[in-house]
Structure formats: structure tokens, C-alpha cells
Write a protein that binds this ligand. Structure first.
Ligand code: HMG
Ligand code: MG
Length: 307
């Protein structure tokens, strides 16, 4: 079942930067997107069209979308929580939008200020309008194994929301471990519920790495035939409404593992490490990515040996 190639959706510019205390300018975000696409990333989640009062870090969404020089073959996606967000997003010509709901009522309330049922009714016209505009719709299902407010989340709760997403016609179902508490058995159980209702090509994993389980979870999902994963450059990320959760699994670490397994990604790891070093420099810290740090150290050693 293990796929020979994997698609990585780079969520660093959105998930990575939405929770950053250090201000990052629109020009720096645009530069990051350019470096990611130059490294071979073909799916990039650029920004979100959410309320700037809720997430001020994404208030420059239209400026960032207008500033990127688009590369043929790259898909640019944005988050849209409601019709207001979709209307603003469409003016920026995304290839794909993301509606985001949760398997836990408490997280739905904290993150998007409504119940699960209300969120689905909000998303219904968003999905229809996006499709009418020829734009693909991805869904993200947060708290698929655990919730910062509710605690454990069952696979039954996940499947209930998978079915609600299917009912409103989303094209893709992303299973998200928002707080990174999932271990392979529990993540596989959640993922299997998505695979019951969506084809493998339209199911993805989005694993925050708070407890260091994300690579193990991706490895377990590969065995199910899942071959699309969200990852974040330099391990950036978090959700303002999931306190204590750290970043997404680092793209560099996932690429290192996949290439080591003989699985192609189309990504140039060296150029990716440069992109990670760039954004980490902007944020004034070292990349969280273990592979990124190791490859940067190896480069420094090679320079010292040559000198
Ligand atoms: P609300 O306050 O309930 O919305 O927020 P409202 O409809 O009552 O509107 C209130 C005000 O917000 C109004 O402005 C609206 O115009 C404005 P006012 O009249 O007060 O001046 N407004 C907007 N402005 C800009 N863009 C919009 C928009 N909508 C309303 N789209 C809302 C509801 C969903 C908007 C709010 O809760 C929100 O923006 N939440 C943001 C949540 C968020 O971005 N979370 C992080 C992303 S999700 C995530 O990270 C998880 C993921 O990575 C997967 C995982 O890891 O689990 C995807
Ligand atoms: Mg996330």
C-alpha cells in the first residue's frame, strides 16, 4: 500500500505564521512563498481570510496574495471561515479554499465562535460559491484525536463530521491533530473513518508535533495508502485557540524521511532547508526542524573543513 510519491501541502505561511508573536511583514511572507515554490513545493497554503480581530497576523491576506509571483503548476490555497471570507478570498484568485471545522464542540466554539452544526451551515454556501467560481474546496477537521478543552475525541465523533463535510460537497477531507496528542493507532483509527467516505487521494493528514509523534503518525498513514500531508517549513505553527500546541511537523523532517524511504516529493531538500533558515532568521530563532538543523550544521562543518 505504501505510495511511491507523496504530495506535501506546505502550510507554513498560514498555520506557521498565524500564531507568531514576532511581526512578519507581507514582503517577508511573500519571500517565504517564493522560496518554498523555488524549492519545489507545489501546494502552498498562503494565508487565511478570517477576522483580523481574531487573528491579526493574517490581516495582510490580500496584500500577500497580490504580491506573490505565481509559478505554473503550484496551487495556492487560503482559509475561509464564512461567506465574508470567501468573497474577500475570491478577489485574490486562490486555486483552492479551506473550510475548517472540528470534531469537538468546545473547540468549534473557541476557534470559530459557533457550534459544529452552525459551522456546517455556514460552510454550505461557501462550498457552493467556491465551486461555482471553479475553486476546489478542502476541509480541515480539527481535534480529530484530542481537544484542548474536551480531552479525548473518538473516531465516531470524527466520522460524524466527515459525513457532514461530505454532505455539503467538500472535495477533500483533512484530518487534523491540532494539539499533537495522537499516536499511530489513534490517528489511524481517525483516518480510516475519512477513508470510508473519501478516496485516498482526497484524504490528508495534518499533524502538529507537540508530543513528537507526527513522523510516526505519517509513517502509519502511509501504510493505509494516504499520500497527502500538510507540513510546515521549519516546524512553524500552532493555533491561537489551542494553547500549548506547538508547530506542525517540519517539512524538512518529512522530506528527509520520505526521500530516505525512496518516496518522491518533488522537493529539493537543500533549497527547503534554505527556506527554513530564512523564515527562522526573520523570527530570530533556529529552525525547529531536526533535519534542517542537522543539514545546516553539516554545511557549516564542510565550510570549516575546506577553510
Ligand atoms: P464572529 O465574531 O462570530 O463573526 O467570528 P461575525 O460574523 O459575528 O462578525 C463579527 C465581526 O467580524 C464583524 O465585524 C465582521 O464583519 C467580521 P465588525 O462588524 O465587528 O467590525 N468578520 C470578518 N472579517 C474579516 N474576514 C472574515 C470575517 N468574518 C466576520 N472572514 C469568525 C467568526 C469565524 C469570523 C471568527 O471566529 C474568526 O475569524 N476566527 C478565526 C479562527 C482562526 O483563524 N483560527 C486559526 C485557523 S484554524 C487552524 O489553525 C486549524 C488548522 O490548522 C487545522 C488544525 O491544526 O486543527 C486548519
Ligand atoms: Mg493546524
Amino acid at each position: 500500500m505504501t505510495p511511491s510519491s507523496v504530495t506535501l501541502v506546505e502550510v507554513g505561511p498560514r498555520d506557521g505564521l498565524q500564531n507568531e508573536a514576532v511581526p512578519v511583514s507581507a514582503a517577508q511572507k511573500i519571500e517565504l512563498v517564493h522560496r518554498l515554490q523555488a524549492a519545489g513545493c507545489r501546494e502552498i497554503e498562503v494565508t487565511s481570510f478570517v477576522s483580523p480581530k481574531w487573528v491579526p497576523q493574517m490581516a495582510d491576506n490580500a496584500e500577500v496574495m497580490a504580491g506573490i509571483v505565481r509559478q505554473p503548476g503550484v496551487r495556492y490555497s487560503v482559509l475561509t471561515p464564512n461567506m465574508k471570507g470567501l468573497e474577500a478570498a475570491l478577489a485574490s484568485r486562490p486555486d483552492e479554499i479551506v473550510v475548517f471545522g472540528a470534531a469537538s464542540e468546545a473547540f468549534s466554539q473557541r476557534n470559530i465562535n459557533c457550534s459544529i452544526a452552525e459551522s456546517i451551515e455556514r460552510f454550505r454556501p461557501v462550498v457552493a460559491a467556491a465551486h461555482a467560481a471553479g475553486v476546489k474546496v478542502r476541509s480541515a477537521l480539527s481535534c480529530a484525536v484530542g481537544c484542548p478543552y474536551q480531552g479525548e475525541v473518538s473516531a465516531d465523533e470524527v466520522e460524524r463530521v466527515v459525513l457532514l463535510f461530505q454532505d455539503i460537497g467538500v472535495d477533500h477531507c483533512g484530518i487534523a491533530d491540532t494539539i499533537g496528542v495522537g499516536t499511530p493507532g489513534r490517528v489511524v483509527a481517525a483516518m480510516e473513518r475519512a477513508l470510508k467516505h473519501f478516496p485516498a487521494a482526497e484524504v490528508s493528514g495534518h499533524f502538529h508535533d507537540t508530543y513528537g509523534q507526527a513522523l510516526a503518525n505519517i509513517h502509519a498513514c502511509l501504510a493505509l495508502g494516504v499520500h497527502v500531508f500538510d507540513t510546515s517549513i521549519a516546524g512553524l505553527g500552532g493555533c491561537p485557540y489551542a494553547k500549548g500546541a506547538t508547530g506542525n511537523v517540519a517539512t524538512e523532517d518529512v522530506v528527509f524521511m520520505l526521500h530516505g524511504m525512496g518516496i518522491t516529493t518533488g522537493i529539493d531538500l537543500d533549497a527547503l532547508v534554505d527556506a527554513g533558515a530564512y523564515i527562522s532568521g526573520v523570527l530570530g530563532r533556529a529552525p525547529v526542524s531536526r533535519a534542517g538543523k542537522a543539514l545546516l550544521a553539516r554545511r557549516r562543518q564542510a565550510v570549516e573543513v575546506a577553510a
